[in-house]
Design a protein around this ligand. Structure first.
Ligand code: NAP
Length: 544
């Protein structure tokens, strides 16, 4: 049981076995799983509700780009059988409703504290325990700390000069007002054409008097081919759930039906490749493309065949050749930035009330009282929606002052790039676990597959420690060095590092350029984590 008391200063003090930071999909499952070990566990969540990413990203068109029947928890067969997804790809409200249902169904809310932002975490080596502080003045002490703080949870508006002067309203995709925004009749600017921009642009265009899209880098997007859930599809899926879920855990991206490809794109003739790309385009989704050939993400010539196919599609859809040219990506291999999924994105540029502004040639110089000024001219706007991304993967952790008493902050220890062992633990920071951290496949996988695997690994580890009467676990620096080297080597053997993406921190000025995810595939990774555990937690120092 959690124990709470008040010290002389009136500070609330809570003692636990495990403290979890973050009430998204990762934190909630960690709570469920660790509570089942009989431990006292509590989740601290900054938001006024659970859901993490799906709580904050309420922008128009926010929708998952993995099919809902896949993008859902697999730990409870009753849950996966009873829940009904209305569409092929879940919308933000649908996914949030699902997460809230899970929290209720598994009685999680009694151990979730909302509206509590953790700002500091200190490890005391004498007692082998963490002390966390919240912005609201609470102190939480626990032997173990699980950071379920998310990978895309630190929204970032670029440091444009003059934003405070803007007389209209502005928003960020990742901090969207819960009550929604009505753009009807307004002159709107959207900055950014990543996954978030590409989803919101078609919907904002339907409302706005005029929409200006400020594009720095043209992006590849594929049609989602979304639609209502087909009863037959759902039944077939649910009937085969045990096999499908197990299969997903051993695929490259954690999605069933898409095993590791064995054929090279260059081993088949152009007509056959075309047929395949067309079939995938019609079917919808991005994982089919990413796993269509075994050299799609490692060989430039192979990659170019798919890139050119998509470029042709853009040229066919967009009527104005000059606009089509601007929308055609030519500076990175397809799939090396997150491959976007859309509903009517390119078609939106055929509307009379939509203008594409090239801010690569003429960068945004400042925000004025009336709108956005680029190097070319000023655009008058009533509202601006920033879809400019996040301080991804490390941002949320760097924002918390995490350190061992007297030692360096995690943010400083990671100044040259994140140092983890398995993306789960950090050398020099005992009894600290990260869910889907840098150096794990997290963001390059179906997140919930990765979340479940991490939580189950952590839960196995804590059970093992209890059984062996151990109170401290710490990654060995050498094991971490070798792991980071391996993560980099795998990344460097692919085309991923060629793109200026958030995977390499390129969107944050001053962030070290390191390719952070582990891209050998969730199957390979899972096996590695299982081996480490089976070998008595190889690469860790465990002490009493
Ligand atoms: P993002 O992919 O980082 O895109 C940010 C966009 O803002 C880019 O187009 C970027 O241009 C632009 N930008 C940034 N700074 C700028 C500046 N100073 N001037 C002009 N443009 C600027 O962010 P996101 O779209 O929010 O997506 C982040 C990730 O969240 C995705 O990759 C995906 O993993 C996840 N996500 C998933 C879904 C889904 O499941 N459907 C939806 C939304 C987000 P550059 O490319 O030139 O940097």
């Amino acid at each position: 049981m959690a124990k709470a008391d008040s010290n002389g200063s009136g500070e609330r003090h809570t003692r636990l076995d495990v403290v979890i930071v973050g009430g998204g999909l990762g934190g909630l499952y960690a709570l469920h799983r660790l509570r089942a070990l009989g431990m006292s566990v509590r989740v601290y969540e900054a938001g006024s509700g659970v859901g993490g990413t799906w709580f904050w990203n309420r922008y128009p068109g926010a929708r998952c780009d993995i099919e809902s029947l896949e993008y859902s928890y697999s730990f409870s067969d009753e849950l996966q059988q009873e829940w009904k997804w209305p569409e092929r790809y879940g919308t933000q409200p649908q996914i949030l409703a699902y997460i809230e249902h899970v929290a209720e169904r598994f009685d999680l809310m009694r151990d979730v504290q909302l509206n509590t932002r953790i700002t500091q975490a200190r490890f005391d080596p004498d007692t082998n325990s963490w002390s966390l502080r919240s912005a609201e003045g609470e102190v939480i002490t626990a032997r173990f700390c699980v950071m379920a703080t998310g990978n895309l949870s630190t929204p970032r508006v670029p440091d444009f000069q003059g934003l405070e002067r803007f007389q209209g309203k502005w928003y960020h995709s990742g901090l969207w007002p819960a009550e929604g925004v009505d753009f009807t009749g307004l002159r709107v600017g959207v900055v950014g054409t990543g996954s978030s921009g590409i989803q919101m642009i078609p919907l904002i265009a339907q409302q706005a008097r005029h929409l200006h899209v400020f594009q720095r880098t043209a992006n590849f997007s594929l049609p989602a081919q979304n639609g209502p859930m087909q009863a037959e599809h759902e039944q077939g899926y649910k009937g085969a759930y045990p096999e499908r879920r197990e299969a997903a855990r051993h695929t490259p991206f954690g999605v069933s039906g898409y095993p590791a490809p064995t054929e090279s794109a260059l081993a088949v003739d152009a007509a056959e490749r075309r047929r395949k790309y067309e079939e995938l385009w019609q079917k919808g989704g991005s994982i089919g493309f990413l796993t269509c050939y075994n050299d799609f993400l490692v060989n430039e010539a192979a990659n170019e065949t798919a890139a050119e196919f998509v470029r042709e599609k853009i040229r066919a859809i967009v009527k104005d050749p000059a606009v089509a040219r601007l929308l055609t990506p030519d500076d990175h291999p397809i799939g090396t930035k997150r491959l976007c999924l859309d509903t009517g994105y390119y078609e939106t540029y055929n509307r009379d009330n939509v203008t594409l502004v090239d801010v690569r040639t003429h960068p945004i110089q400042e925000i004025t009282e009336r709108g956005i000024r680029t190097a070319e001219r000023e655009y008058e706007l009533d509202a601006i929606a920033f879809a400019t991304g996040f301080d991804a993967m490390t941002g949320a952790l760097r924002e918390i002052d995490i350190r061992v008493e007297g030692g360096p902050a995690l943010a400083d220890a990671w100044a040259g790039g994140p140092q983890t062992y398995l993306g789960l633990t950090v050398p020099g920071f005992p009894n600290l676990f990260i869910i889907t951290g840098p150096g794990s496949p997290g963001v390059k996988s179906q997140m919930i597959v990765s979340i479940e695997q991490h939580v189950e690994w952590i839960s196995g580890c804590l059970d093992y420690m209890r059984e062996h009467r151990l109170s401290r676990i710490e990654a060995e620096p050498e094991a971490s060095r070798a792991w980071v080297e391996h993560v980099n080597a795998v990344g460097d053997s692919t085309l991923y590092p060629q793109a200026n993406s958030w995977y390499v921190g390129a969107n944050i000025p001053g962030k070290p350029r390191v390719f952070m995810p582990y891209v050998a595939g969730v199957g390979v990774y899972r096996q590695k984590c299982a081996e480490v555990a089976a070998n008595g937690y190889e690469g860790f120092n465990l002490t009493q």
